[in-house]
Design a protein around this ligand. Structure first.
Ligand code: SAM
Length: 285
C-alpha cells in the first residue's frame, strides 16, 4: 500500500523555473504539504494544479508528521514543497523526510531551483568544494563567533542573509576574514533586479553601503575559503609583479597579483615597491 513522498523544488523568483516533472508530480499526487499554503496556492494557480494543500511548517511539522506518514502508509502520494526553492535547504521538511525514511517510505527528490547552488554557479569562486552555512545568527556576538570558526577553513562558503542585516554581516566578515577576501553577491536571483557580482569583501561593503537597492531583496553571499599563503612562493610573487609592472602602476599590479595569487594586497603592494627600488628603470607611478 505504501506510497511515495516527493520532495519538489519550486522557483526562487522566476515562475518559469519550474520543471515539467515538478508540475506533473504536483498534479498527480493526492496531497501537497506546503510550508505556507497561501504562498503555494499562487504557484498552483499559475500551473493550474488543483491538488489539495495542507500546511507543514517549522511550527507544526512535528505534529503533522504522524498524520502524513499514516496517509502515505494508506497509499496516498504526497509532495512536499517550501515557499521557494528546494525544501529542507534552510526550509522545513527534514523531520518529515526522516520519518518517511524510518518508515520505509520511498522518498523521491524532484530537483530544481536552489538559491545556494544558483549563486555558487554564477559568482565565479571555486566550486569544487564548498560549505553551505545557511543563515548566520542574527545576534552580532554569535555571528562573529560563527565567522571566527570559519576563518581558517579552505573551502568556498555559502551564506543566506536577510537584507536588513546585510551591512552588519559584511562588516563582521571584513573584520574576521579580512577586507581582501573574495566574495560573491547573488541578490534577487532570477528576478527583475538581479545582481550577480564578485569582488573583495571591502569593496562589496562599500558597494552595498553606497546603493540602498543592494540592501533589499533576497541575498546569497558566497565567500572564498582561506587560500594558504604558503602555496605562493616569494619567487612566484616577484615574477608576476615584475611582469605586471611592465604595463601597470604599482597599485594596479599589486591588486592583480593579490587577486591572482590569493596573497594580501598590502603584502603585494609592499613587495612591488621593494622591487621598484631595486630596479632603477621601472617606471614611476
Ligand atoms: N529553500 C530555499 C533554496 O532552495 O534556496 C531557501 C529558503 S531560505 C528560507 C530563503 C533564503 O534563501 C533567502 O533569505 C535568501 O538568502 C535565499 N534566497 C531565496 N531566493 C533567493 C533569490 N531569488 N535570490 C537570492 N537569494 C535567495
Amino acid at each position: 500500500m505504501s506510497a511515495q513522498l516527493f520532495v519538489v523544488a519550486t522557483p526562487i523568483g522566476h515562475l518559469d523555473d519550474m520543471t515539467f516533472r515538478a508540475v506533473q508530480v504536483l498534479k498527480s499526487v493526492d496531497l501537497i504539504a506546503a510550508e505556507d499554503t497561501r504562498q503555494s496556492a499562487q504557484l498552483m494557480k499559475h500551473y493550474q494544479i488543483d491538488t489539495p494543500l495542507t500546511a507543514c511548517h517549522d511550527h507544526n511539522e512535528s505534529s503533522v508528521i504522524q498524520q502524513l506518514i499514516e496517509k502515505l502508509k494508506q497509499g496516498q502520494d504526497i509532495a512536499l514543497v517550501s515557499d521557494a526553492g528546494t525544501p529542507l535547504i534552510s526550509d522545513p521538511g527534514f523531520k518529515l523526510v526522516r520519518a518517511a525514511q524510518e518508515n520505509n517510505i520511498r522518498v523521491i527528490p524532484i530537483p530544481g531551483a536552489c538559491a545556494a547552488i544558483a549563486a555558487l554557479s554564477s559568482v565565479g569562486l571555486p566550486s569544487d568544494h564548498f560549505r553551505f552555512e545557511g543563515f548566520l545568527a542574527a545576534k552580532a556576538s554569535q555571528r562573529l563567533q560563527q565567522l571566527e570558526q570559519l576563518q581558517q577553513q579552505p573551502h568556498t562558503m555559502i551564506f543566506y542573509e536577510a537584507p536588513h542585516r546585510i551591512l552588519a554581516c559584511l562588516k563582521d566578515m571584513c573584520q574576521v576574514f579580512g577586507e581582501d577576501r573574495r566574495v560573491g553577491l547573488a541578490r534577487e536571483i532570477t528576478k527583475t533586479f538581479e545582481t550577480i557580482k564578485q569582488m573583495t569583501l571591502g569593496e562589496l561593503y562599500q558597494f552595498v553601503s553606497n546603493d540602498p537597492h543592494q540592501q533589499k531583496g533576497e541575498i546569497v553571499l558566497v565567500v572564498a575559503g582561506l587560500t594558504q599563503p604558503v602555496a605562493v612562493t616569494d619567487d612566484a610573487l616577484d615574477q608576476l609583479l615584475g611582469r605586471l609592472r611592465q604595463d601597470l602602476s604599482v597599485k594596479a599590479a599589486a591588486q592583480l597579483a593579490a587577486d591572482l595569487l590569493g596573497v594580501k594586497k598590502k603584502i603585494a603592494y609592499q613587495r612591488a615597491l621593494e622591487l621598484d627600488q631595486n630596479s632603477p628603470d621601472q617606471a614611476e607611478d
